[in-house]
Design a protein around this ligand. Structure first.
Ligand code: PHE
Length: 449
């Protein structure tokens, strides 16, 4: 008899929580700055292709593993294919999640700083150039960055200590629709700025001359980052799904909503970047320079700013919750320790890494790994190595190793509905496209191509 987990209570709740994991700083902070650094349109096209050919199939592979067993990765693989060494990759996922959460929560700390300064009225009222130096000064101040990062971590683990179901489900149900509405308001506002069409051109005009291999790697890493792939997050979440949810429909809904948020964020950011004559390739600080400029010229700017950063905070915390849940569920499942203990171990570890990366722009700015400071290093290896490796492993596992009856059973809910085209599509992408694409990227890393 399968051990029953108390899962998400409704299908909507499960989707909202998974969208909550997917939609976060990846969409609103990382996607625009990566698109900006890689020349816009061509990057976005490659990104969309990655979502279709890699994103949806790999989400499905994680869902199939998690939902068929109601276990996290290691236990799931043991149950599905006893003795298979693939279970060892669970450690890669857990390790990747800890590293990613370690730098991601630093940006969450920045969001709190901006929320705070918007609310006390000191953020707005500067020129676009001043916003750039305000940001640089802020990340260069060790105390503020560390305090906000720790505060964020405390809030994150407080929510987690209440158990994931009601907390996450409820927050996600309210916050995600609100975030959409607000993004649309900001899009309309950005599009009305003088000279906004240049920004739209930058976003949607596909010119491969601007996109090198590095840009393709970034687009692929970003697709994985944005959909929360490859670090066993979706295996963990789907282990809490009901047996009657339709996995393919859910995977498509989640990817579509996630992509929509990313594109909307681009439409908020780039028209404003060009309208104010700023630099699209400004890197991680991009949105922190542009957003205040946008809020400032809206009537009632302070209120918009506060509202936006509150929602960005919620979008981020629903993502860090899912990242933290990976090691927590893993420790509980593997070492049979209590949720409380698992939570404390995870919290200490993640907060330690977060504090170190919060100092990357000040005290530890001289520490370089692969030519990058600690923060940039984690932002690079998290998505571009750990997530891709995890994605490769799940793709090969479900594409080649796992019994196809399990796949069929999960896709059709035990034969309840058909999957005539879906299964061949998923399996083809998992067998050939994902492994070849990811291996090519790894060969590029080591300089073979
Ligand atoms: N998908 C999240 C985002 O776009 C980040 C994330 C990655 C969350 C991996 C969970 C697991 O912000």
């Amino acid at each position: 008899m399968k051990e029953k987990r108390t899962g998400f209570t409704t299908r909507m709740g499960a989707i909202a929580a998974t969208v909550g994991s997917a939609v976060g700083l990846g969409n609103i902070w990382r996607f625009p700055y990566q698109a900006g650094e890689n020349g816009g349109g061509a990057y976005i096209l490659v990104y969309l292709i990655c979502i279709l050919l890699l994103g949806v199939p790999i989400i499905m592979s994680e869902f199939i593993i998690g939902r068929s067993t109601h276990k996290s990765m290691k236990g799931a693989i043991e149950e599905l294919t006893p003795g298979s060494p693939f279970k060892l990759f669970a450690y890669v996922g857990v390790f990747g999640a800890v590293l990613i959460c370690g730098y991601y929560s630093v940006v969450c700390g920045w969001v709190i700083e901006y929320l705070w300064t918007s609310a006390d009225g000191t953020l707005l009222g500067h020129t676009p150039e001043q916003y750039s130096s305000i940001f640089t000064n802020f990340i260069g101040s060790p105390q503020r960055c560390v305090i906000w990062t720790i505060l964020f971590m405390v809030l994150n683990f407080l929510v987690l200590s209440r158990g994931i179901k009601n907390g996450i489900e409820r927050i996600a149900n309210i916050m995600m629709p609100l975030l959409f509405v607000l993004l649309i308001v900001f899009c309309v506002n950005s599009l009305m700025l003088p000279g906004s069409s240049k920004g739209m051109e930058f976003l949607f005009n596909v010119d491969f001359g601007n996109l090198g291999w590095e840009g393709v790697v970034d687009a692929m890493g970003q697709a994985f980052m944005s959909l929360s792939l490859g670090v066993t997050c979706l295996i963990t979440y789907s282990s809490y799904f009901n047996d009657d949810s339709k996995l393919m429909k859910d995977a498509v809904t989640i990817s579509a909503l996630d992509t929509l948020v990313a594109i909307l964020s681009g439409i908020v950011i780039f028209p404003a970047v060009f309208s104010f004559g700023l630099e699209p390739g400004a890197g991680p600080k991009l949105i922190f320079e542009i957003l205040p400029t946008i809020f400032q010229q809206m009537p009632g700017g302070t209120i918009w700013a506060v509202l936006f950063f509150v929602l960005l905070f919620f979008a981020s915390i629903t993502s860090t919750i899912s990242l933290s849940e990976i090691p927590i569920t893993f420790l509980i499942d593997e070492y049979k320790i209590s949720r409380g203990k698992a939570l404390i171990i995870t919290a200490v570890l993640m907060t330690a890494i977060a504090v170190v990366s919060a100092l990357s722009f000040s005290v530890l700015s001289d520490v370089k790994l692969l030519d990058r400071n600690i923060f940039d290093f984690l932002d690079y290896v998290g998505p571009n190595f750990f997530m891709l490796l995890g994605g490769l492993v799940t793709a090969i596992y479900v594409g080649w190793i796992l019994n196809k009856d399990v796949v069929h059973d999960q896709l059709t809910n035990g034969g309840m509905h058909r999957s005539r085209f879906v299964q061949p599509y998923i399996i083809f992408c998992l067998r050939y496209i994902a492994p070849i694409a990811i291996i090519l990227i790894f060969l590029y890393y080591v300089g073979v191509i």
